[in-house]
Design a protein around this ligand. Sequence first.
Ligand SMILES: CSC[C@@H](O)[C@@H](O)C(=O)COP(=O)(O)O
Length: 797
Amino acid sequence: MAPLTSIRTSNGKLEIVNQLLLPHTTEFLEINTVEEAHDAIKSMKIRGAPAIASLASLSLSYHLTKALTASPSPDFLASPEALAAHVEQILAFLYTARPTAVNLGAATRRLQNNLSASLTAQSSARAIADTLIAEGKLIADEDVGRNKEMSKSGGDWLLKHVGSENTGSGLNVMTVCNTGSLATSGYGTALGLITYLHETGKLEKAYYTQTTPYHQGSRLTALELQTLKIPSVMLCDTMVGSLFQHHNIHAVAVGADRIARNGDTANKIGTYNAAVLAARHGIPFIVVAPISTVDLDVADGSGIPIEQRPAIEACLVRGALHTGAESSDEQAVVMITPRGLEGIYNPSFDVTPAELITAIVTEKGVAVRKDGEKTFDLSAIVPMSRDAVYIAVHGGAGMHSYSLEKEIKQALRLACKEALKISEQGTTLRHNELHDGAAPNPNRMALAMVGEAIAVLEDDTCLNAGYGSNLTLEGTVECDAAIMDGVSGDFGSVGAVSGVKNPIRLARAVLEHSKILDPLGRVPPLYETLVSEGAHAFAIANSADRAIETVIPDSLISPKARNDWVKWKTRLTSSQSMAAGSLTDIQDTVGAVAFQNAEAVAAAVSSGGILLKHPGRIGEAAIFGAGCWAEHFADARLSIACSISGEYIVRAMLARAIADAFRSAVASKNDTDPHDILEHVLLHSFWVPCQNRGIVDPDVGVLLLTAEEEELKTHGWYPIFSVDETNQIEVRLWCAFTTPSMAIAYASSVSTTPKVRHASKRNNVVHAPQTQVLRRPKNTDSSRTSEPRIFITAVPM
Ligand SMILES: CSC[C@@H](O)[C@@H](O)C(=O)COP(=O)(O)O
């Protein structure tokens, strides 16, 4: 007999089986709106972590499909921005339907990313809707395939682990709750494993608990096993200990609603009891769940939000009327407690500590605890760790004096450390958002990381940003800064602003403000770049809630900056000739690039600009597309920060030009090396145009972070990003420069010690293991030359 189904999509209709009425009545409910989908999930007409994610995704697909054929066309299809606002609202709403199962959040985030990628690619509203429709359907469809994969690998692992000599005529496996085709888009997780053993003739019997108070075991698992003709035995939850004492149970297999970074697992209430008893009896306890159930943002089980169901649900039982031998399809809900009972404890889930779990099975493989360890290291099976935060900073390209090298390294190291601290705090922040019921902004942490890293560099006297900036012709400090959110494409910048301690915080405030809808409906955003007095006034207006500190402008002048200014101003006014290129060698813009979890990406830059610049001059650090760029497109992410010759970088729109080149390489699926792309862009979009305008050997520095998040091998092509031998995504930091030196530091949650490299022409440093691929030029002549010299270094993060 065909397996049961929780969702049916035929004849253009989206329907679910009302699981509240099963097993006695099979009623299909049509889901016509996202509100109906939300209600069905909340009221548990559909339940099961993967199934609710599938319904949420499909409800958006159906909503958009109807909109595309509606006449007149709804207002939200009038523009990509209107569609984005509409879809974001729907996703935030769907996300709040139930709190514990992470799959729902993973699905809404994935749809949000899909939306952002289409927006960045400047697709039309209708094309964006089409892409979202396909993605929503894909989320639902791919569930079945991966369930089969994990069921097989879990089943095979179990047979190997338990050993055929112990199994006799097959395995006896106990499960909790319902994890079959009703809880998923098909086949199931833990029940899928049991089904696989049955299909391959390796199952003796399945045992399942009733799973009170909602009885998903005795109502739903019973029905599924009966339908599939799998030999099985039901037991009350209180009988698990007795079962283990008196029967030869080979394993317990359960599903999961959320798995924390250390392997602690939230699943239906009663799972923890079963795990404790399994440990007592030495029975392997296996969790079977898709990768999307692993939430690496949550360090351990204490961070998993546990849904408390309404107390009344624990007092009521629904079923078919049963009067003696008579059976009836008529259903009734009866109360099994005294009326008006107070003091009812009714959590829907409990958390099984990792130390009680023998193995976690996903579609990517089986994770086991290492000998003697109480927790899991899931990094081997999670392709792009959600907890993997990466930060890299640079102190500018140019000529860094050896006497300052130690100080520069210290500043860069501190910037990385502060960014990592933010990422730790950010986890708490996200939990709060979850508890508030609001949709998390996955990019908030990445933005905060680059912002705070830059703030550290601004505070340090040895770098040309914030305090210690180069002075203008008038001897004042005027700063530029910009920050970009690579998920939404939001951008904020300030230019030629004085009297603000951390211009980057002001740029971040501008970015946040640019998202506020205008009450008069003026074209949004009303601003994303503010300059000079206007920027300063905005800083004062927003100082309270955005931690923007306004200061006496001259307090940002460092003694060194003052000395440099006096020296060069004197030369200028006395018409002394300057050594060729010597002044330009000390123009630096600092930059930061960051990734956080599987989707977040951000970039930021800050600069005091050129020494002796004209007051009011704005450089690349304030201009959209020039100094920094962050983007999440198709399967890849980029974060870029450029430095040094502002005017030339602006002309080249350099950061964006690099992203454009990477994007088209990914789109064309060319087997292209990032080294070649960087070199090509720097040569043809920057260096050659400069030469054509008579600028010999122009200076530039680029810091670039790359990652590919899908499993490339499944696509059969290896474009610009690499995977290592374990098929993990490799995040790499690229550093390209034409100047004598460029100082960088980088750190990640994988290796929490920031590393500082000071790449210099003189000692010809090339970082392992990419030396040979990077093809660093041999010419290290320090004089300016019309021969292009671009040095490129790659660092695996
Ligand atoms: C396969 S989904 C995870 C299950 O193990 C289980 O806990 C479950 O079905 C989810 O709970 P539910 O409250 O029924 O939606």
